[in-house]
Design a protein. Structure first.
Length: 153
């Protein structure tokens, strides 16, 4: 199974390496545009294989990000999310304090994770997806949950 890389982490890693301007704490709009581009490229690459693939985050995340960051121009995020569709069922991990970790790319705290979750869920629902919340269980059990759901789809 193929897995799409999380766009935000990739953008942060590259922008940090080059001391670039497109970091969420420097220029949230530019950061969002680079995430949009990466998400579309990932979608196209994975769709071309014809294989089952999982994406760590997706285009509807940008809708929620645009709202939370009060970005001026966001209509194109919705157009992109409507054009580049994923499977009708998406899996969403709820905030889980016991496994929440901050690192070089995920600098937002636990409060942010709790605050953004409803907006993420709402963006996927608005785009017509059926959202399935992942269980708060060990990784192997979450993987089994996803694989079972995929095999019965």
């Amino acid at each position: 199974m193929r897995v799409g890389r999380e766009a935000a982490r990739a953008v942060i890693q590259v922008q940090t390496a080059i001391d670039g301007p497109a970091l969420q704490w420097r220029d949230p709009a530019r950061f969002a545009e680079l995430m949009l581009d990466r998400d579309i490229q990932t979608h196209e690459m994975l769709a071309a294989t014809g294989e089952v693939a999982l994406c760590d985050r997706g285009l509807p995340d940008l809708i929620a990000y645009g709202r939370i960051m009060n970005l001026a121009e966001t209509a194109h995020f919705e157009r992109a999310a409507r054009l580049y569709r994923y499977n009708a069922t998406v899996f969403l991990a709820p905030p889980w304090r016991e496994i929440h970790v901050e690192d070089a790319e995920r600098i937002e705290g636990w409060e942010h994770a709790q605050r953004i979750y409803p907006g993420l869920r709402d963006a996927y629902v608005e785009m017509g997806y059926r959202v399935v919340e992942l269980p708060k269980a060990p990784v192997d059990q979450r993987l089994a949950f996803v694989m079972d759901a995929i095999s019965h789809a």
